[in-house]
Write a protein that binds this ligand. Sequence first.
Ligand code: ATP
Ligand code: MG
Length: 774
Amino acid sequence: MLSGDQDIPDGIGMARLAWTRLPTADGAVAEGAAAPASPSASDDELFAGVVESLDYEVVENCAYREEQAQRSKFWVPYYVVLKWLFALLIGVGTGLAAIFINLAVENFSGWKYAVTFAIIQHSYFIGFLVYIIFNLALVFSSVYIVTHFAPAAAGSGIPEIKGYLNGVDTHGILLFRTLVGKIFGSIGSVGGGLALGKEGPLVHTGACIASLLGQGGSAKYHLSSRWVRIFESDRDRRDLVTCGCAAGVAAAFRAPVGGVLFALEEVTSWWRSHLMWRVFFTSAVVAVVVQSAMNWCKSGKCGHFGPGGFIIWDISGGQEEYSYQELFPMTIIGVIGGLLGALFNQLTLYITKWRRTYLHKKGKRVKIFEACLISLITSTISFVLPLLRKCSPCPELETNSGIECPRPPGADGNFVNFYCSKDNEYNDLATIFFNTQDDAIRNLFSAKTFHEYSAQSLITFLVLFYSLAVVTFGTAVPAGQFVPGIMIGSTYGRLVGMFVVKFYKKLDVEEGTYALLGAASFLGGSMRMTVSLCVIMVEITNNLKLLPLIMLVLLVSKAVGDFFNEGLYEVQARLRGIPLLDSRPKQVMRNMSAKDACRNQKVVCLPRVSRIVDILSVLRSNKHNGFPVVDRGQNGESLVIGLILRSHLLVLLQSKVDFQNSPFPCGPGILNRHNSSDFVKPPSSKGKSIDDIHLTEDELGLYLDLAPFLNPSPYIVPEDMSLAKVYNLFRQLGLRHIFVVPRPSRAVGLITRQDLLLEENSNSGTTELQSTSV
Ligand code: ATP
Ligand code: MG
């Protein structure tokens, strides 16, 4: 018999923390390390049933050991050089992708506004129609690409990448088609004027580029190369994807240090100093690539893509000093940010759940219709609302202030002359609503304050844009939340700034500074990042003097937000059924043992030499991915000799070369038939399934010796170890399975720090264990 406690020593269990539900003292079920997928999450066609863990553990089976032994002495330098080369390529690739997206978005937006402004000189109605159709076409292209070609490209992708780096593989997120869908989808959704940004998608783009490079290209599209395929393990790929994430942020905000910190603070779960250097290098490469492109574009070769194309809102001319009296309104900004950010997370959670249950189930057409409808509403609001505002005369500005008032029709610049009777007037609502996002933010951050916005316009914009951002979030297009967050935050920040200017007349207060603090507070309140966000804000505004203020509002907004709910990415990850493991175990785990988590389960295991038909029936009877393998000891007792992965079994069943007639362990020689890359599963693909196995009647009666292919040294914990300790082990080592075993009857030795110190023997050139007397 293959399963249960007959074939294996009593008490062995399998601990897998991600889905564990923990009984509380009163017998109720409490949320454990991570909540299981909500029922509505399972409705989602993309994620249902396809979330599996990654294998970060090195499977030290015979094939692996043999390969290690055969490696030449040049292998390690080659491996190191290739790692750095990949870091360089990821930086260049992500930088180029960011430039392409920015060029396309700026040019589409530029043409759109140029044509619309030209037409409204004659007819507002026709201008309105053209504006709507332009936006609709772009949004339609985006949603069509996502729904028909790359479903995993919808959304920002950060929750999925965060999950990947936490050890959870989500189907489709790192495929070539997702990369293409992400790039072209972002161009459509951002160029089409929806209330979303391109920064989150750029993080996902960087991760896809990194993963594809790691697997040597796309095998499916015959774009792969074998000589670079040495980063095939999930472990190596994890490092590359981390570099990709940092590169994405560095490219999106031109913030290399922010990129490194974002990867460290927000997305990765495992961090090493070696990785830090490579991530730093990748971010620096991105900064150079992007800067070179910017310099090239300065000469006007890039159409509408001017200096405003990349996010950098230089407010170095802003407020130099601040007084202690201002700390109070700044704290208020932090509180508002925390409240509005937490509300944003909660509203988007409800709407996404509702969407999944009632809307997206109905198919692609509904998704397309929904995105187009939201585009229509967004275009109408942004065009029609400014018409209700009266224009104001342009103030006298210094010639080198960098502010253009009004903006000539269709040109890049600042204040928009829209529906104004005189040429030297501007419409304050149109300046932020009927404009590209980057220009709108630059206007909100503008430090040359001349009270250019009325409170009425700012409140109107805040309410409508906030609502649009909430509704747009979750549509089937690539969507980032950074830029909408910055727009929302800078609006109420500026409002607070206006009051401060009014009440503290003697102080030299700039409304733009408050707008910046507002932006930081909203992002802090919603995404709950602190250090990385702080550095990103400083890098994009180029103003180091504001650092203490940004730190203050971020701390306040995060604290307020944490009081209500989790950060946006965590909430969305849980909603998608991605079982993230937090950095700390839950309190209840301290009073539970590893055995409690196993809940008297019957462990499904396999004998060392198994009949093919039995292996097949085990694989069909459950969805587990790891099985203990048992053998008989010399005295006939049961011994657990290792763990075999489902994916490895499927490879063996499909290749058939290891099938044998006899039910006895086989001799040496079989290893020539496989190398470790045979067992590699491409990232985020479905991998082999039991349905791919086709065997004849005769083959079903044959045997397979599992010993050479199993992991002979899986991690083991005693059954009474506290679950909190197991959790930390599991999380820190990035494990997928842990065996839970009874107390050992004896100890063969004890390893201490001294046993792990190795000393180079200069005479023989070998490495030896240091003597314990050292
Ligand atoms: P993952 O889903 O993280 O990739 P997995 O697929 O191997 O790992 P699941 O089968 O999804 O694990 O785990 C679900 C539950 O089944 C867990 O509670 C786990 O302890 C239990 N489990 C896993 N493998 C076995 C096994 N071989 N025998 C019995 N129970 C198992
Ligand atoms: Mg599973």
